[in-house]
Design a protein around this ligand. Sequence first.
Ligand code: SF4
Ligand code: SF4
Length: 134
Amino acid sequence: MAKTIKITPENKCSFCKGSICCTYVTQQIDTPRSMKDFDFILWQLSHRDVQVYKDEDGWFLLFNQPCRHLLPGGGCGIYERRPRICREYDNDFCEYDVPAQEGFELFFEDDAALDKYCRKRFKKWDKRFKKWGV
Ligand code: SF4
Ligand code: SF4
């Protein structure tokens, strides 16, 4: 019979394929309210690997690109001088336990997804350029 290994905070990271927490960057942004705000995010979402989500803490840009110091085996290439945020990251309850997406109230994987949302949110979304004279 296969032996069951208990996952603890001490060994958890060794089971985490790809070191999920080292594969993205987030940046909080102001809550968008106007068509101009959303049109600006549309531009940001037009770039590869950029996504946007809203959770209980607000709105965030999500850059889905791994850290350049992440080693193929999942280790950190600059472990001794890794930044403070990496040192303080708590793995007690992390993306290994629950995918971050489960806490999202809104998620836009690209500009097309946001455009669809804005068409519902703003009646005059399609006429905005005419309104702005651009
Ligand atoms: S902290 Fe969590 S997400 Fe990051 S490597 Fe460890 S188990 Fe994976
Ligand atoms: S510096 Fe090291 S610990 Fe921090 S995100 Fe990059 S690979 Fe991960």
